[in-house]
Design a protein around this ligand. Structure first.
Ligand code: 13P
Length: 335
């Protein structure tokens, strides 16, 4: 089988209708912050216990095609003694891996950032594939201000995303391309649209320039929302129409699936907005699905609170959130 055929097979498994992707790939500093905010100690063992709780929740494979892991998790074992990717495969869930190494300031770009991790990436991808990962994730971040992102920031971040995506496909891994436009700030929805349109335009230009096979890419963008500290709140109908306007102007129909990040929306907002998108646009050229971290996990981690006695309760909450988002992918969620 040639490379393209193999990649297309993987992406079709990863984007099956009515299901999404769980992002459980928080870096160690990020998950530690979230655990410590709930007074839970962050050690390799607590992180394993918590993530094990997520992965072993019964029934989640009805609504999840894949789970993105952090490197530490890829090599950990579940309670039954199987390595995580084998356990997930046994339950028809694909394993993915976050391969970027986080943000640094982009020099001479007025506060824009750039993501590190391209050096040695091909070797790491090979190792991850051997360990059972079939897809990867890379996140570039765009902060909105009056002058950010700069044109240098747009160009540089897009270039890095495209180089990552090309390397993934070379190593037979499906790339999730994540250009996150942050919700932080008091900007309007119109400003979020303007920035997102520029971001996605630059990303697809770069993907083209690097000959990335678009049919084997999953796009993971932000929804169009007013800034978190602005006085406006947008109802799901409006989020759906503004998001669709930007996506339809920028994302080629060759892309099989758009799996949104939650980006700081509450769990219920993220589900309601996804529902509105699918209800309003049943004929969109791409699947409209989710790849949430916080919107799936925040209530679960809080219910667990680091206590074994809360495990069942936390799993029940997780199963429910996964199910509701799966229903939203089918336009069947009723708030
Ligand atoms: P959130 O859904 O919490 O935004 O996280 C998604 C993600 O994977 C960020 O890289």
């Amino acid at each position: 089988m040639d490379k393209a055929t193999q990649l297309l097979e993987t992406v079709s498994e990863l984007t099956k209708r009515g299901k999404g992707i769980l992002a459980a790939d928080e870096s160690t500093p990020t998950i530690s912050k979230r655990l410590q905010a709930l007074n839970i100690d962050s050690s390799e063992s607590t992180r394993r216990t918590y993530r094990n709780l997520l992965f072993t929740t019964p029934g989640i494979n009805q609504f999840l095609n894949g789970i993105i892991l952090f490197e530490e998790t890829l090599f950990q074992k579940t309670d039954e003694g199987t390595v995580v990717p084998d356990f997930l495969r046994k339950h028809q869930i694909m394993s993915g891996i976050k391969v970027d190494k986080g943000l640094v300031p982009l020099t001479n770009a007025d506060g824009d950032t750039i993501t590190q991790g391209l050096d040695g990436l091909a070797d790491r991808l090979r190792q991850y594939r051997e360990a059972g990962a079939c897809f990867a994730k890379w996140r570039e971040v765009y902060r909105i201000s009056e002058h950010n992102p700069t044109s240098l920031g747009l160009r540089s971040n897009a270039e890095v995303l495209a180089r990552y995506a090309a390397m993934c496909q070379e190593q037979l891994m499906v790339p999730i391309v994540e250009p996150e436009v942050l919700m932080d700030g008091d900007h309007s929805m119109a400003r979020c649209s303007e920035v997102s349109e520029a971001v996605l335009t630059s990303v697809f230009e770069a993907l083209h320039a690097h000959h990335v096979l678009l049919e084997a890419v999953v796009l993971k963008p932000s929804m169009i929302l007013p800034g978190k500290s602005s006085s406006h709140k947008a109802l799901p109908e409006l989020v759906a129409s503004e998001t669709m306007k930007v996506l339809s102007r920028t994302v080629p129909a060759a892309i099989p699936s758009i799996n949104f990040l939650s980006g700081g929306q509450s769990a219920t907002e993220a589900t309601a907005n996804l529902q509105a998108l699918n209800a309003k646009y049943p004929k969109a050229p791409w699947r409209l699905s989710f790849s949430y971290s916080r919107a799936l996990q925040a209530p679960v981690m809080a219910a667990w609170a680091g206590k074994e006695s809360n495990r069942k309760l936390a799993q029940g909450i997780f199963a429910r959130r996964v199910e509701l988002n799966g229903l939203a992918c089918r336009a069947e969620y009723d708030s």
